[in-house]
Design a protein around this ligand. Structure first.
Ligand SMILES: [Zn+2]
Length: 66
């Protein structure tokens, strides 16, 4: 389980109907684009993009352990 450390903020599960908004164009993100770049099996970097205005929403790296 992930541990969130926001002091004084209550963390709640978002309702099923909640759809995040793009911080730039404010469109509802029912879809996000993922761009994956990486060295195949070893490590991949992923970029999350808004499909409407192509803003970068976030990125991450993950490693696949075999
Ligand atoms: Zn956008």
């Amino acid at each position: 389980m992930a541990t969130f450390k926001f002091q004084g903020i209550k963390i709640e599960e978002a309702p099923e109907t909640a759809v995040p908004k793009c911080p730039k164009c404010e469109k509802r993100l029912d879809t996000v684009w993922i761009k994956t770049k990486g060295l195949g099996f070893v490590e991949q970097k992923q970029i999350l993009m808004c499909p409407y205005c192509e803003s970068l929403l976030g990125y991450g790296t993950y490693a696949i352990t075999l």
